[in-house]
Design a protein around this ligand. Structure first.
Ligand code: ZN
Length: 285
């Protein structure tokens, strides 16, 4: 035992021996049965008794007294060793408990970190996917811009460049609506426009025919009215317009089976109305 902390000192020998109790002990039995309890009960008395005081200095062999006292010191020292070892054992056990708790805490933290890492990995994969997608889109867009800059989608009227055919055709519709119909009959919008234009031409022809019929009809009415009353003729003249005579059904009838698209029909009706406004004064003449 090195002098760590409190220094070990032997105690004084002042325990009294209970001779009657000692007489009752059977040493052979204790040895045979390994009676540890009996040893524990008597250990303090034997270790700390004053043998010279108990038995008398003169009656004993000095070597025996020496031997007994040496044995007492040995027991006391071994008792101290036992206590010391027990204390260190408890200390070590406490340290082990603390370390075990720490290990458990670290393991829990590790599990939490692993979970977070997995989540972040998934997020990273997702972001990488999105990034790659965006990269492809940007590359496409750059190609489109380059194509636009190289004049692939150039307006023939004002020399402006566009990144795609879509932007060019919207520009044409906005800025050059009349020219684009003639120049780009194959683009989807202009194709639609030319289709409408063809329909309008057909309708215009039919309208002219109908107009002629109407003029003839009006002449007949005029003759009849002239024959009857001058005042009635004025009234009819005021009311007699295309608007009064033609309804949407009439337009559809005029167009016959040519038109199937409602939107086209509606467009044509609008154009026809415009035409009529122009021809109205002529009819009222
Ligand atoms: Zn232009």
């Amino acid at each position: 035992m090195e002098s760590t902390g409190s220094r070990f000192l032997f105690q004084k020998r002042n325990e009294k021996i209970d001779w009657r109790r000692l007489a009752g002990l059977d040493i052979n039995r204790i040895a045979n049965e390994v009676d540890v309890d009996a040893i524990q009960e008597n250990i303090a008395t034997v270790t700390y008794c004053n043998i010279e005081y108990e038995l008398g200095h003169d009656s004993l062999d000095p070597n025996f007294i020496k031997l007994f006292r040496l044995a007492q010191l040995m027991i006391e020292y071994l008792l101290h060793c036992q206590q010391y070892l027990q204390a260190s054992l408890e200390e070590k056990q406490n340290t082990i408990n603390l370390v075990t708790e720490h290990i458990q805490a670290v393991q829990q933290q590790e599990a939490a970190t692993k979970n977070e890492l997995n989540l972040r990995n998934e997020m990273y994969k997702k972001l990488k996917k999105e990034f790659n997608k965006a990269k492809v889109q940007i590359a496409d867009y750059q190609l489109m811009i380059r194509a636009g800059a190289s004049g692939q989608y150039k307006c023939v009227y004002c020399n402006k460049s566009f990144v795609s055919e879509f932007y060019l055709s919207s520009h044409l519709q906005r800025r050059h609506p009349n020219e684009s119909q003639k120049m780009f009959p194959l683009s989807p919008t202009s194709l639609y426009n030319s289709q409408v234009q063809n329909e309008i031409n057909v309708v215009r022809e039919r309208l002219l025919a109908t107009e002629a019929e109407l003029i003839a009809e009006k002449q007949k009415i005029k003759i009849i009215q002239n024959e009857s009353c001058q005042r009635d003729e004025d009234l009819v003249r005021d009311d007699f317009t295309y608007e009064g005579l033609l309804t949407i059904d009439d337009y559809v009838l005029i167009m016959g089976g040519v038109m199937t698209d409602k939107e086209i029909v509606q467009n044509i009706i609008e154009i026809v109305n415009e035409e009529m406004k122009e021809t109205k004064p002529l009819m009222k003449r």
